[in-house]
Design a protein around this ligand. Sequence first.
Ligand SMILES: C[S@@+](CC[C@H](N)C(=O)[O-])C[C@H]1O[C@@H](n2cnc3c(N)ncnc32)[C@H](O)[C@@H]1O
Length: 347
Amino acid sequence: MDVLTALSNKSDYSKTQLQFIIGAWVMSSLAEARQKIDLKNGDVEEDDYNKQSIYSLLYALYRSMGEVRSDDGGRYEFTFNTWGYTWPSDWGPCPIPSNDPQRMGKNAYAGLYHFDLVKEYIKAREGKVHIVEMGCGTGAGAHLICSKILPQCTYEAVDMQQAGINSCKRKFVPELGGRLVATCGDATKLGLGDSVADFVAVNETHVTEMRGRTTEEDERFFKTAWRILKPGGFLVWGNAIPDSTWAPCFELLESIGMKVIEVCDVTKEAIKARDEDKRRIDAFVEQILSTFHGFKVPKLGEKRRALAEVALKNFARNPGTRLYDNMVDGTDSYKVVLVQKPLGAQA
Ligand SMILES: C[S@@+](CC[C@H](N)C(=O)[O-])C[C@H]1O[C@@H](n2cnc3c(N)ncnc32)[C@H](O)[C@@H]1O
């Protein structure tokens, strides 16, 4: 069993199934030719995992853990699969309470709407805007926007992971009175209508990952964003990706008729967020590791436990991991970007 590649994005594994999956992963180390996770820093080569499997595992894990303990003792459900950043001082007052365990992820979602042009656009429509999110995860950010940031908006949250969408339908959709719709599928292949969205939101969606170039999926992704946006509407996009990939993405966006309006570099704030979040992530990872019996198997279990620990921390860009170091040495940068589909453009 290779948890990095074998799980399906169409499945929502129960806690019992996860116990078996992790048990099988522990035992399979006996037959493993090569260890894919770097024990020093959690790095996994691009070809050694696929995103369908990884996020399927993560969302099933988050749900099966239920409420967890934060580093300060408070309880919360881990739903933001987001690195995020500390709120930049020149953006005005931070809209998220400083004691919220998932504040960095919430900042990242709120930050998509910090641009003056965006505020003017929303004000002119008395807040009644329609948002489509491509890659919403559990829908935690969609819920934040609908409940706290844009309480008049309507929102369609799309992700390719059934487990994430199930969490959204269970935890967030019911309280929003029909304003939030959660849809499972590849956001680039869904039958979303043309020119339906005032905003396309993209928050740390796992695309545009290849160093120095865009891929076919990236092209489909941005073309879909262009097609579903109303003329005059905006793509609001935040992520930490290879620094060398931003320029090819901007070129691709301009080549399909989009206009890159503003680019904010928040890498410094994203590193600070990971520093401040470290104790919460450490506590969360510890709770996961102590929940699954496979990690208690002598020798094999202990070895896998160490790999799972460093891999989970690397996904979270925790200090001491490869993805954290990538932000510190400038290999990756975190940017928040405003892109417009010009008025007059037709789908
Ligand atoms: C790091 S997670 C971020 C999730 C969420 N935006 C958040 O911030 O919590 C990346 C997400 O991108 C989703 N994703 C990647 N490619 C996708 C695609 N083509 N269509 C839909 N979702 C996609 C993955 O399933 C995953 O949930």
